[in-house]
Design a protein around this ligand. Structure first.
Ligand code: AQP
Length: 426
């Protein structure tokens, strides 16, 4: 049985393709040493099979120091279904990709698959990382070089592009504060070079830099435990690494960025910087050899690109920097506008009623909340797809009342019979 026929049999949607993007290729190796193991690893993390064997991390994962491996193309999933392997090590970084390709044995073709489906197929085949004796070992090989997982160097930035919103706070700042308490090395910066992409007035920009610093301090960012700096004060270094990274980034990748698509529509003249923004962002992170980046969901795609660029750099020039991980809130990773549940709450939004600004007075916040868009259904339910506005308000309540670990049903029950009016009062 081949991987393709296995996926067909299991009913997982996939395509068989003959031309595929190697960056999205997942290579399979059979490792022998202790238990026969299938290793599924993203091509970019591989380096060479020889260097893979040198990885002490692999030895420790297998609990064995003498590993041999079967090279060549391995029809990976089908080996699992034939019970020829007893455990699977899965490179977690495959989940950064929108799609992956599993090369099929003996042919120059690959199975195109959604990464989440790979996890489901493995679970269906009895390989589950949740069981007592896990047979599925998830590991992020792209990140492995960063060393011990319990230590992190944290970095994140904010553009001084307007008054800070509740979106900035809940998407990012709240996590910055948590990281400061947990890790020793924390760097945060005012991304003023990034904000030049929308051509701000110079005097406004200077004022906003000052105001953003003051707001961050007012949010409780403890500057005894973190470094806060202005990006342009070290701009030469950021720009230099950005240039090197730009040489490693296919132009087409930049056009896929949704933020570029959104922001370029609002500009009369689209500057090149708006497009290359994610490259500078990758440099901002890699320059400091940071490992953890607390950001909101809108930056997920940029972080994914940053990880790709760093892997490519390490692969081409030798290891120099860890592949950073994004730290994105589990609840309310993307705060939506109060007036439009499809749009993200944004400091540069012209409609100020859509945003809760951190410097708004309590009266102003209450006025905006009262006018927030909801729908005609008086029963309050979390339903992102069909009721984005109500879901946004319920999620805000959930996080701001410190009940984010509770199930959605508990929050819905809290508002039973109170309708949107009751929710807005909270
Ligand atoms: N609505 C949001 N929900 C969750 N997180 C958000 N962030 C921004 N808006 C939301 C997070 O805030 C951090 C700083 O953002 P930024 O200043 O670097 O740029 P941005 O993501 O483009 O934020 P804005 O507010 O929308 O700015 P403008 O209007 O200038 O584009 C990031 O971690 C971001 O994810």
């Amino acid at each position: 049985m081949s991987d393709a026929s296995l996926l067909r049999e299991k009913g997982y949607s996939h395509n068989v393709v003959h031309e595929f993007d190697r960056r999205n290729l997942v290579r399979g190796f059979v490792l022998k040493g202790g238990k026969p193991t299938l290793l599924l690893i993203a091509e970019e993390n591989l380096g060479s099979p020889e260097s893979l064997l040198d990885l002490p991390v692999l030895e420790s994962l297998l609990g064995s120091s003498s590993i041999t491996y079967e090279d060549g193309v391995v029809d990976g999933l089908s080996l699992v279904s034939q019970s020829k392997v007893e455990q699977v090590i899965l490179d977690e970084s495959v989940f950064d990709r929108e799609c992956i390709y599993l090369k099929t044995a003996g042919r120059n073709s690959a199975v195109e698959l959604n990464p989440e489906d790979l996890r489901k197929v493995l679970a269906d085949l009895g390989f589950d990382s949740e069981s007592d004796r896990p047979k599925l070992i998830p590991y992020d090989f792209g990140y492995a070089a960063a060393g011990e997982m319990t230590r992190h160097r944290v970095i994140s930035g904010i553009q001084p592009s307007g008054d800070m919103t509740l979106g900035n706070y809940l998407g990012a700042i709240i996590n910055w504060k948590k990281q400061i308490e947990q890790y020793d090395e924390n760097f945060f910066f005012l991304a003023d070079l990034h904000s030049l992409t929308v051509l701000p007035d110079p005097a406004d920009l200077r004022d906003r830099i000052r105001q953003t610093v003051m707001t961050l301090v007012a949010c409780g960012l403890d500057l005894d435990k973190a470094v806060l700096f202005r990006q342009s004060d070290l701009g030469g270094y950021h720009a230099q690494l950005g240039w090197i990274f730009s040489c490693l980034t296919p132009e087409g990748r930049l056009e896929q960025m949704t933020q570029f698509k959104d922001k370029s529509q609002k500009q009369q003249v689209v500057g090149t910087g708006l497009k290359t923004y994610p490259i500078l962002m990758a440099a901002d992170i890699a320059l400091y050899q940071a490992t953890l980046v607390p950001v909101g969901d809108d930056q997920r795609q940029h972080l994914e690109l940053c990880r790709e660029i760093v892997r490519r750099f390490n692969h081409r020039y030798g290891y120099a920097m860890p592949v950073p991980k994004a730290d994105i809130p589990k609840v309310l990773a993307r705060v939506k506008s109060l007036t439009d549940g499809i749009k993200k709450m944004s400091k540069s939004d012209e409609n100020r009623d859509g945003c809760v600004y951190l410097l708004d007075s309590p009266d102003e916040i209450s006025r905006k909340m009262k006018r927030a868009k909801t729908d005609s259904d008086p029963t309050l339910r979390f339903d992102e797809e069909n009721r984005p506005e109500v879901t946004n308000l319920l999620s805000m309540f959930k996080v701001l009342s410190g009940r984010d670990s509770e199930p959605d049903a508990a929050i819905e029950a809290h508002f039973e019979g109170k309708g949107a009016g009751g929710l807005k009062k909270n």
